[in-house]
Design a protein around this ligand. Structure first.
Ligand code: GLN
Length: 488
């Protein structure tokens, strides 16, 4: 059964449809694997075993009765712990939300369920999705299945590690500045950040609302298309969800790249990027060129301002979004003699990084400072968007490394916030411009996976997935990490 845990969703769906395995057996296999491995990997904060087995039995029943089933019927998936599921602990890895059980379910999770998926549990993350290594979780350490002394990336590190280690067939994450793509790169899985507005954010615990997007982390590109098809589409409960139809993205996975125009913005291949990582990305691009694509060096000059602009906009929005955690309405409440004392003692429970962001954001929005910081950052955001628009007049996609390096050792950057923030320099501009982008594995450096990022025009998920698929088909990498092989 352990081998099934490494199979992509589309293959498992065939087995389930053919009756080779039942949803219940498959779910039990994943639960057994979580039991065997997760003490080491630490991908999950909550495992919903009973719920999962009940959902699996329901899917089996449906099939037995000959009723129509959804495209993900019986597929065991994991959900990042900042997505609300009714009655299931949802903490965003924060002490502030310890014990919180939401009264409603996020639209993306509802849609997964409607497609027939089985929910295995909630995955670890950086507190309120602020971080790049999952080390800002208040509750546990998640380890990279490729090297247990290294980080899985973040903030969706639990989701990435769970998929990589075969502890879930697929997972949902959220991406504000790279939190799906960067951990996907570090763990050797596929991670897709959809266009802003493509997936409803209803039920996602907000970090920076103008940047946050929900998306899939999967074992291959076909699965990313499959999961995105299930969760995408307009939603009356999220006013920023776009009224754009949901195509069949699987149909765009042709492997064909003839005539494709690829731009390689030099700012993403410079000194800040490890040479071996840049080399692996360039080598993958060469494979596409050999099959009829063209690749040309280009420039995104505003990219160098993305990091400061992001850390002003994201922290400003976060300081406002996190004001609601006052001990009155959700989760944790401290004891104190006065109301003010209760607020103070409650909010002391935020971790150091979250406190740093609230301070930065409050400062950036202060009367008399907002013009110099917050509004200036919004202008830079506009420049970045214009730069991308200009490049997309010439190129169909832009290709960059997903992160400037491979997974770094646990603890290596926890004392140095700027070094931590630098792990996202390739992904942040994409969020500021609201574009779709996917990270696909493109090789290894020192035995650790390297991610390649494909960036597309707004709502061109079909193109970014097509290019990622073309790379995947040409490289055919073995992406089973050693931790899984040992246990298998
Ligand atoms: N690492 C970035 C940050 O800490 C992005 C996080 C995210 O995408 N949620 O803000």
């Amino acid at each position: 059964m352990d081998e099934l845990c490494y199979e992509p969703v589309h293959r498992l769906a065939q087995r389930l449809a053919a009756g080779e395995v039942s949803a219940r057996e498959l779910t039990q296999a994943f639960l057994d694997r979580i039991q065997a491995l997760d003490g080491t990997v630490g991908a999950y904060l909550t495992v919903t075993a009973e719920l999962a087995l009940r959902q699996a039995r329901e899917e089996d029943e449906r099939r037995r009765r000959g009723e129509p089933v959804g495209p993900l019927s019986g597929i065991p998936v994991a959900v990042k712990d900042n997505l609300c599921i009714q009655g299931v602990p949802t903490t965003a890895a924060s002490r502030l939300l310890a014990g919180y059980r939401p009264p409603y379910t996020a639209t993306a999770v509802q849609r997964l369920r409607r497609a027939g998926a089985v929910i295995l549990g909630k995955t670890n993350m950086d507190e309120f999705a602020m971080g790049s290594s999952t080390e800002n979780s208040a509750f546990r350490t998640t380890r990279n299945p490729w090297d247990l002394e290294r980080v899985p990336g973040g903030s969706s590190g639990g989701s990435a590690a769970a998929v990589a280690a075969g502890e879930a067939a697929a997972a949902l994450g959220s991406d504000t500045g790279g939190s799906i793509r960067q951990p996907a790169a570090f763990c050797g899985v596929v991670g897709l950040k959809p266009t802003y507005g493509r997936v409803s954010r209803y039920g996602l615990i907000a970090f920076a609302s103008s940047l946050d997007q929900i998306g899939p982390l999967t074992r291959d590109v076909t699965d990313a298309a499959l999961v995105l098809e299930a969760i995408a589409g307009p939603d009356p409960a999220d006013a920023t969800s776009a009224p754009v139809p949901v195509p069949s993205w699987r149909e765009s996975l042709t492997g064909e790249v003839k005539g494709l125009r690829i731009g390689l913005p030099r700012e993403f291949f410079g000194d800040a990027v490890e040479a071996a990582v840049a080399g692996a990305v360039r080598a993958a691009v060469e494979r596409l060129v050999a099959d009829g694509a063209t690749a040309e060096e280009t420039s995104l000059p505003s990219a160098e301002h993305a990091l400061p602009a992001y850390y002003l906009i994201a922290t400003a929005e976060a300081s406002s979004n996190l004001a609601r955690y006052d001990g009155v309405r959700y989760g944790y409440r401290a004891d104190a003699d006065t109301v003010e004392g209760m607020y103070l003692e409650t909010r002391k429970q935020f971790g150091a990084e979250v406190k740093r962001r609230i301070l930065l954001g409050t400062f950036a929005l202060r009367e008399g400072y907002a013009d110099a910081y917050y509004r200036k950052a919004l202008q830079v955001r506009r420049l970045i968007k214009d730069d991308f628009d200009r490049l997309f007049a010439t190129f169909d996609v832009l290709i960059t490394p997903t992160s400037p390096g491979v997974a770094f050792p646990l603890g290596a950057r926890t004392e140095d916030p700027l070094a931590m923030y630098a792990a996202d320099i390739c992904t942040l501009p994409v969020n500021l411009a609201g574009l779709p982008a996917v990270s696909v594995p493109c090789g290894f450096v020192d035995g650790l996976p390297v991610g390649l990022q494909v960036i597309g025009r707004p709502f061109a998920e079909d193109t970014v997935l097509r290019v990622a698929y073309a790379i995947e088909q040409r490289l055919r990498l073995d992406l089973r990490p050693p931790v899984g092989r040992v246990a298998a």
